[in-house]
Design a protein. Structure first.
Length: 727
C-alpha cells in the first residue's frame, strides 16, 4: 500500500470566514483519531467537503484553501449550495437517513435528490482520481458516498477500495423500498471490503445483495462482477485512554465540583445526543415523566440533564422536533418541579470535551435510548470515563453498541414501562455491582478501541487483496492477449468453441429473454466471414431456441450440452438416441418443487430437465435446492442420468451427453492450428478438459477452472472477439 486516501463527506477540518479571513478549525472525531494512529510509514490523504459553498469562493480562494489543506494532508471537494441542499440535506438526510433508520414514513423519494447524489459521487471520483496512483488504497466512508466504490473501480480497476458504513443497514423489506436500490448495491459492490458495525447489518446487507442483485455469498465473500469482495463486521471503538484519563485534568475536576455544587445530593441522569428523531429523546423524556408520576418518592431526588446537540437545523422535521422537545421539557418541569427543584435541565448546544467528560463523571446514570443507531459511541464514552468507579448505563437494544456492552441495562426504546423499571433499578443498584459491571465493559473497550478498529479494517483490506490475487492467477493479461492475437493472425485453420449463456450474452431472469443482441450477431457474422474460421456455438439451450436465434448464421450449433448437432447447411442429428422414459419419474418431482418455490420454473429438453430458480427468493431457493437435489439423487440412482448443479439451476441429464464429447467430434474433423474455447460454468469444464494443450481456453468469471485463462465479464470476452475480427 503506497498511500491511503480517505474519502468522506466532510474533512476533519472545517473552513469558515471570519473578519475577511479564512479560518481552519480542526474537528477531531473518532475516525480522525483512528487514522492518526496508523503507522507513520503509511502516507495518508483525506478528501471531503471543507464546509463552505463554492459560490462564496473565487478561484484564488480555492487555491489558498487547497494549499492550506495540503499542509494538513487534506484535499477539498468543493460543492455548490444547490448540491449541498439536494445531495446532503436532500438525498442523504431526507431519503437514506430516515429509511436506513427504520422511519419509512419520513422518507422522501425525489428524483432531483437522486440526480444530485449521483453528481456529487461523480465529483468525488473525479477529484480523487487526480491524486490516486497505482498501488494506492482508498477508504470510503458512509452513506453519502455509496456510489463511489464502483465509479473508482471503473476508472482505476487495480485500486484497493474499502468502504465502511457508519449507520444501520436496514432489513431487505425496508431497503427494497428504495427506487435506486440496484444502483446503490452496485456502487458498494465495487469495493474490495465492505464493513459494518455489527453482524446484524452484515446479514441485512448480504440478504439485500442476494435478493436484489442475485449474488450468493460464502462466509461473507461475494463474487460480484467476477471479483471477490469481503463483507464483515468491525465494531467501532473510542479513544479509550483519552476519556478514561479525563478525570485527571484539573479543569474537568473543577467542572465536576461545580455541577455537584449546583445539583447537591440529588442523583443525576444524563442524556446526550444529537437532536435527531432517531435518537428517541422525546420518548425517553416521556418515560422520565412517567417515572416521576409512578414513583413520586423520587421527586426532588433525581435530575435529568438533557444535552441536545444542534443538528440539521435547516430541515423542517428537526425544527419541529426541537419545538416539541422544548414544549415537553416545560410541561414536565411545570408538573413535577417545585421551588428549588427543576427535574429536567435542558441544554441545546455543543458541549466541549472537558465539560462533557465532567458531566459523564458527575452523572450517576446515563440514559441512552435511541430508537435506532448504527453504533452509539456516547455509551462507550460514558463507561470509559467511570474508570473503575460507579455509574449505570441504560442502553437501547436498538444500538450497535448493545452487542458489546452486555453488562448495561438494555431496554426496548419503545417500551416506556421497561425504561421506567430500568431507571429505578439503576438508581437502586448497589455501588459494588455498578463498579463490577463497568469494569467488565471497560476491559472490553480497552481491547477494541478506535486504533484497533482502524488497524483491523486496513489489515482485512490487505488480506482480501491477497485472496483476490489467489483467484486471479490465470487472468488473460496484456502479454497473453497479445500472444493470442498474434497466433490467431498467423493460423490458417481456426476453430472457435463458444458457450452462449454467461459467455456471449449475460444472464436474464427468464431464460427466454436472453436472445442475442445486435452486437453479438455482428461479431459472430464477422468471425465467420474469415474463410479460415470455423465457429461452433455449444450451449445447454434446446435446439429449437438456438435455431430461432442463431440459425441464420453460418455456424455449427450444438444444443443441450452436446445432445444435438447441426452443422452449417445440414439437418439436426443426435449423438445418441432420445429416450424420455426416465422423465416420467423425474418431472413430477421437479414440478412439485417448482410449485412450492415461487419464481422457479422447470424447462424440459430432449436430453434433460432443468429447474431454474434465478427469480426465486434466495433463502427459500437454497433450502429447496438441497431438498430437491437429495430427492433426485436418490430417485435416479439406478437410471442412466446424472444430477448436476449450476448457476441458479439444478439439471438432470442423460449420461454421455456433455460438451466434451461434442468438442472432441469437432476437434477430430481436421488439424486445427488455432483453437479458442470459452465458457462460464461447470458444463464447460467438460469441454476444456478435452482441448489440446496449445488451445486457448477461457473461463468467463474468476472461479477455479480447467481453462488456461480467465476474463472477468461477458463484455471482456466480446472485446477480445472484437480485437480478433478487427485484426
Amino acid at each position: 500500500m503506497r498511500k491511503l486516501i480517505v474519502a468522506a463527506n466532510r474533512l476533519p477540518v472545517t473552513v469558515s470566514m471570519r473578519d475577511g479571513q479564512y479560518q481552519f478549525r480542526p474537528s477531531p472525531g473518532g475516525l480522525a483519531v483512528g487514522l492518526s494512529c496508523l503507522p507513520d510509514s503509511l502516507e495518508r490523504l483525506w478528501m471531503g467537503w471543507p464546509g463552505v459553498s463554492s459560490e462564496r469562493l473565487t478561484p484564488e480562494d480555492k487555491d489558498r484553501i487547497r494549499e492550506s489543506l495540503r499542509q494538513q494532508n487534506s484535499a477539498p471537494v468543493f460543492l455548490s449550495q444547490r448540491q449541498i441542499d439536494q445531495y446532503y440535506l436532500g438525498f442523504c438526510n431526507k431519503t437514506i437517513w430516515p429509511l436506513f433508520h427504520y422511519f419509512p414514513v419520513r422518507t422522501v423519494f425525489e428524483q432531483q435528490f437522486w440526480k444530485a447524489y449521483r453528481q456529487v459521487n461523480h465529483l468525488f471520483c473525479e477529484e480523487l482520481l487526480k491524486v490516486a496512483e497505482p498501488g494506492d488504497s482508498v477508504w470510503v466512508h458512509d452513506f453519502q458516498l455509496m456510489l463511489l466504490p464502483r465509479l473508482l473501480r471503473e476508472k482505476m480497476p487495480d485500486l484497493t477500495i474499502g468502504y465502511f458504513h457508519h449507520i444501520p443497514w436496514p432489513s431487505f423489506e425496508l431497503f427494497r423500498l428504495l427506487p435506486w436500490r440496484e444502483e446503490i448495491l452496485d456502487g458498494l459492490l465495487g469495493a474490495d471490503l465492505v464493513g459494518f458495525h455489527t453482524y446484524d447489518y452484515v446479514r441485512h446487507f448480504l440478504s439485500s445483495v442476494s435478493r436484489i442483485s442475485g449474488l450468493e455469498h460464502t462466509l461473507g465473500e461475494v463474487n460480484a462482477h467476477n471479483r471477490i469482495l469481503k463483507v464483515d463486521a468491525f465494531p467501532m471503538g473510542i479513544d479509550y485512554n483519552r476519556y478514561a484519563g479525563a478525570i485527571d485534568d484539573g479543569e474537568v475536576k473543577a467542572e465536576i465540583d461545580r455541577i455537584r455544587g449546583i445539583v447537591g445530593e440529588r442523583k443525576i441522569i444524563v442524556s446526550v445526543d444529537r437532536l435527531d428523531y432517531t435518537k428517541g429523546i422525546v420518548e425517553r423524556l416521556e418515560a422520565f415523566d412517567w417515572f416521576l408520576s409512578t414513583h413520586p418518592e423520587y421527586k426532588g431526588q433525581v435530575t435529568l440533564i438533557i444535552v441536545a446537540v444542534p443538528s440539521r437545523s435547516g430541515i423542517e422535521d428537526y425544527k419541529q422536533l426541537r419545538g416539541h422537545l422544548e414544549q415537553l421539557v416545560g410541561r414536565v418541569n411545570g408538573e413535577h418541579g417545585s421551588i428549588g427543584y427543576m427535574p429536567v435541565w435542558y441544554l441545546y448546544r455543543f458541549m466541549p470535551f472537558k465539560k462533557l467528560t465532567a458531566l459523564y463523571n458527575a452523572a450517576d446514570v446515563a440514559l441512552i435510548t435511541p430508537l435506532r443507531d448504527g453504533m452509539n459511541l456516547i455509551a462507550k464514552e460514558f463507561v470509559a470515563t467511570k474508570n473503575g468507579g460507579p455509574g449505570v448505563l441504560i442502553l437501547s437494544e436498538m444500538t450497535g453498541a448493545a452487542s458489546e456492552l452486555g453488562e448495561a441495562l438494555t431496554v426496548n426504546a419503545n417500551d416506556k414501562t421497561a425504561i421506567v423499571r430500568a431507571i429505578q433499578e439503576a438508581l437502586e443498584m448497589p455501588l459494588a455491582e455498578q463498579c463490577e459491571r463497568n469494569r467488565v465493559m471497560q476491559e472490553r473497550l480497552k481491547r477494541y478501541d478506535i486504533v484497533r478498529w482502524s488497524t483491523d479494517f486496513i489489515h482485512a483490506l490487505n488480506e482480501i487483496g491477497v485472496r483476490q490475487q489467489g483467484v486471479s492467477v490465470h487472468k488473460l493479461g496484456p502479454a497473453a492477449r497479445e500472444t493470442l492475437v498474434r497466433q490467431y493472425q498467423t493460423a490458417d485453420k481456426r476453430l472457435f468453441l463458444l458457450d452462449y449463456d454467461g459467455t456471449l450474452v449475460g444472464f436474464q431472469g427468464r431464460p427466454a429473454k436472453a436472445g442475442p443482441d445486435e452486437e453479438i450477431l455482428m461479431l459472430l457474422n464477422r468471425l465467420t466471414q474469415h474463410e479460415s474460421n470455423c465457429v461452433a456455438i455449444i450451449s445447454g439451450r434446446d435446439k429449437d431456441t438456438l435455431e430461432k436465434w442463431l440459425g441464420s448464421l453460418p455456424v455449427h450449433i450444438i444444443a443441450e450440452h452436446g445432445g444435438w448437432l447441426r452443422e452449417f447447411g445440414e439437418s439436426w442429428r443426435s449423438f445418441q438416441p432420445v429416450n424420455e422414459q426416465w422423465k416420467h419419474a423425474v418431472k413430477p418431482i421437479m414440478d412439485l418443487y417448482s410449485d412450492r418455490t415461487p419464481g422457479s420454473i422447470v424447462e424440459e429438453k430432449d436430453f434433460s430437465l432443468v429447474w431454474h430458480y434465478r427469480r426465486a427468493d434466495p433463502t427459500l431457493a437454497s433450502v429447496r435446492t438441497h431438498e430437491l437435489r437429495d430427492a433426485l439423487v436418490n430417485l435416479t440412482e439406478n437410471m442412466d442420468v446424472g444430477v448436476f448443479e449450476g448457476s441458479k439451476i439444478l439439471e438432470v441429464r442423460k449420461h454421455g451427453v456433455n460438451k466434451g464429447r461434442a468438442a472432441e467430434f469437432l476437434l477430430a474433423r481436421q488439424a486445427w492450428s488455432f483453437v479458442l474455447a470459452a465458457g462460464d460454468d461447470y458444463t464447460d469444464e467438460e469441454m476444456f478438459a478435452v482441448l489440446p494443450e496449445t488451445a486457448y481456453s477461457i473461463k468467463v468469471g474468476s472461479n477455479v477452472s480447467k481453462a488456461r485463462f480467465n476474463v472477468d465479464t461477458v463484455m471482456d470476452l466480446r472485446n477480445l472477439l472484437k480485437q480478433l475480427v478487427g485484426s
